[in-house]
Ligand binder design. Structure first.
Ligand code: NAD
Length: 466
């Protein structure tokens, strides 16, 4: 069944060493070379869009539309943006000097590639989450070791087979593997590690990086709440919430994880969700081409296990499952306690949405603040005073008012978590910055030695007064 061949373990260290040697030749630092590689990456995405869609269908039953919006076009857009701005971003920034003794000298910040970087992708958006960081790493002039998630095996196989036909193989290498291979890679010295995935492995990555004092970017997950304020337009909120929740079958790091809504609106909310689900996926979502599947038996069993804790009365919509088809119907559970021992203890990461009724927005804020800062927060409200109050009293990686997921498409906004939901933000200019070392540089003039001599020993009182 598996189409994926892992890179032999004995090849891994030589691959890293080769990248190091190649970096030292300076090939990747050339701006024209970087732009050409980004253009090649655009060609990879465009010329292989059908093959990418086919692989994503096999891995996740992802609809063509979701492939375009969620996987392919962000890569193409980011490449275009960085090609257009690369001269500007990579130019030195001159600083305004503040120390009199340096008045005649040059001070500037050089934008230098960090070196050899490791990018580890996750399975839920196996193209986007792997290649968006690679775009930034290439733009900034690094050599890149690219490690797709082995879970989305068809996409990983495609990347390893096709990407090297587009990118310069000497400096960008794809490696396939699971835990053993990644463990070997993490033992090697890199100049930056960019990891996307769950927080437990995030700790493993950070610990391995600490041994070499390697900087890391960790794109992790968490339980992202959706707060529906009493002043929200219910119909519009439900349209957008349900789209974002069931996009990619709920397997999105920023999917709304649970809903906080005032008690009086729970029933109308559930009825609006029921109507919207039928509009989106029909009466039989299993037959809908727009509705994805769970990635693996392992994830299916985990989600089914969560459902099994609830009786038919609490599962107000959906609940049907089919393991052979990796299908779980769009499912709403209500009411759920914020302290529920199962569904409120872990990120759901699937098509199940619990509803937590609250008295008011103060209680909603309290529920959010009793847990880790999430990757995203969604607030549905028509009043600035309402959403600003929630914003002022909570924290999250990013926040979106009156919609879901759309903040990720906006490449002018850095995307990332805070604390347990992640470290560092990327996309657009932020991706370039992550893989860039800002090297403070001063070029002193050999002139004005009389002024400079005042700092040389012997230190006499008359020099000190100067
Ligand atoms: P996954 O299983 O694909 O793992 C991610 C990567 O970690 C893979 O490349 C895998 O090979 C590697 N890995 C797994 N176990 C390892 C180990 N023990 N040592 C070293 N490497 C190991 O993906 P996942 O972790 O199941 O992804 C789901 C999680 O990722 C969710 O929590 C989700 O919220 C989060 N996520 C975050 C983002 C983001 O951008 N912040 C995006 C997608 C997913």
């Amino acid at each position: 069944m598996s189409a994926l061949v892992y890179t032999p373990k004995e090849d891994l260290i030589p691959i890293v060493n080769n990248l190091r040697q190649q970096f030292n030749t300076g090939i990747t630092k050339n701006i024209t070379f970087r732009k050409q590689q980004l253009k090649n990456l655009i060609r990879f995405a465009e010329e292989n869009s059908e093959a990418i869609e086919a692989a994503l269908w096999k891995d996740l039953r992802k609809h063509k539309m979701e492939c375009g919006v969620g996987e392919i076009s962000p890569i193409v857009d980011d490449c275009h943006f960085l090609i257009k701005n690369l001269d500007k971003f990579s130019s030195p920034t001159y600083t305004k000097k503040r120390f009199l003794m340096n008045a005649a000298d040059k001070t500037y910040i050089r934008k230098e590639a960090k070196g050899v970087v490791l990018v580890i992708g996750a399975w839920n958006y196996p193209i986007n989450l792997l290649l968006m960081p690679v775009v930034g790493a290439i733009a900034a002039g690094n050599c890149v070791l690219i490690k797709p998630s082995e879970v989305s095996q068809h996409t990983a196989e495609l990347i390893a087979r096709v990407l090297p036909k587009y990118l310069d193989e000497r400096v960008y290498t794809v490696v396939n593997g699971g835990v053993d291979e990644t463990t070997i890679l993490l033992e090697q010295k890199f100049d930056h590690i960019f990891y996307t995935g769950n927080g437990m492995v995030g700790k493993i990555v950070m610990t391995a990086a600490a041994k070499h004092l390697t900087p890391v970017t960790l794109e992790l997950g968490g339980k992202s709440p959706a707060i529906i304020a009493p002043d929200a337009d219910l119909a519009v909120s439900v349209n957008r919430l349900i789209w974002g929740k069931f996009f990619n079958n709920g397997q999105t790091c920023v999917a709304p994880d649970y809903v906080l809504i005032t008690k009086d609106r729970v029933e109308p909310f559930i009825e609006a969700v029921r109507k919207t689900l039928i509009e989106y996926y029909g009466d039989e979502p299993q037959k809908s081409g727009s509705y994805g599947r769970i990635v693996s038996n392992r994830q299916f069993d985990r989600l089914k296990g969560l459902l099994d804790h609830f009786d038919q009365k609490s599962i107000v919509i959906g609940g049907q499952t089919d393991r052979d088809d990796l299908f779980i119907a769009p499912t709403i559970i209500s009411p759920v306690s914020p302290n529920d021992a199962h569904i409120m203890q872990q990120e759901i990461f699937g098509p199940i949405l619990p509803i937590i009724p609250v008295e008011d927005m103060d209680e909603a804020i309290e529920v959010v603040n009793t847990r880790d800062h999430p990757l995203a927060m969604y607030i549905f409200s028509s009043k600035a005073s309402t959403y600003n109050k929630i914003l002022d009293r909570t924290s999250s990686g990013g926040v979106l008012v009156n919609d879901t997921l759309m903040h990720l498409q906006e490449l002018s906004l850095p995307f990332g978590g805070v604390g347990p939901s992640g470290t560092g933000g990327y996309h657009g200019k932020a991706s370039f910055d992550i893989f860039t070392h800002e090297r403070s540089t001063m070029v002193k003039s050999a002139a004005m030695e009389s002024l400079n001599s005042t700092r040389y020993p012997p230190y006499t009182n008359d020099k000190y007064k100067l």
